[in-house]
Ligand binder design. Structure first.
Ligand SMILES: [Zn+2]
Length: 249
């Protein structure tokens, strides 16, 4: 009788210990659930760091400095920026060429960038700015003719999807050199200066190296986009694309 009772107690104890441990663990989780949720939110917040208000400008409104245009997010048909003007910097073509124009609201920023580059010993040339839908059509068709559809899709934009049409993006090249727009530009002193400094003037390298699956384009160290200083600094320090930052992939 006594022996049988002892066995029952032992068995019960064997079962009890793990049950008690689980209960204590669950109890702790319940008590500290607030902290656990906060910790998780901290991690999510950390992904979109900084005090930048991500609602400050629209990413969908035409003309907004945060407007995201890509192959999946075309411009409204026939979009033309309300005011276009020629920036007062060294330009590749004559003034009457459409591509020497840019959205008037950012000419000052371009002039500041070019002036800083020149002072640092890396003079730039404004290679190509605004592009109308019609001109992009001609350009894309030429790429298809010369390199085939796949090549054209990778390196150029279908008419109505080019960031150049927004008037907020442009290509640069090194002064006194051929304006070839090749990826090796990223490794020149001028290309490196742009990489390290463009954000200070509100510009980003829009198509980053290794981010083709986010932007839809291969690396273009010469293609700059104005997004304002706050966002430019944020994207530069985190090496993120607009698509990734605003989660519109
Ligand atoms: Zn470009």
């Amino acid at each position: 009788m006594t022996f049988g009772y002892t066995m029952i107690v032992m068995k019960t104890r064997k079962i009890k210990l793990p049950v008690i441990l689980i209960a204590v663990f669950l109890g702790c989780m319940y008590l500290f659930r607030g902290s656990v949720i906060e910790f998780r939110d901290e991690i999510i917040k950390d992904k979109n760091t900084s005090s930048l208000n991500t609602q400050r400008y629209s990413i969908s409104k035409p003309g907004s400095i945060w407007w995201i245009v890509n192959k999946k997010r075309p411009l409204p048909a026939g979009y033309v920026p309300p005011n276009l003007s020629v920036p007062n910097v060294t330009r590749r073509l004559d003034d009457d060429n459409e591509s020497m124009k840019i959205d008037s609201s950012i000419t000052k920023n371009i002039e500041e960038l070019f002036s800083a580059a020149k002072q640092s010993g890396h003079p730039l040339v404004f290679a190509s700015g605004y592009r109308s839908e019609e001109y992009q059509r001609q350009l894309f068709e030429r790429y298809v003719r010369e390199g085939g559809q796949e090549y054209a899709d990778k390196t150029s934009a279908k008419p109505g999807t080019s960031e150049h049409q927004t008037g907020l993006a442009f290509d640069v090249c090194e002064a006194y050199k051929d304006c070839e727009l090749e990826t090796s530009f990223g490794n020149t002193n001028t290309g490196r200066w742009i990489k390290d400094n463009a954000h200070k003037y509100g510009f980003i390298i829009r198509y980053l190296e290794g981010k083709e699956n986010e932007t839809g384009y291969t690396y273009e160290p010469w293609h700059l986009r104005y997004v304002g200083k706050d966002l430019a600094k944020e994207l530069h320090s985190t090496n993120r694309t607009m698509e990734d930052y605003f989660n519109v992939r």
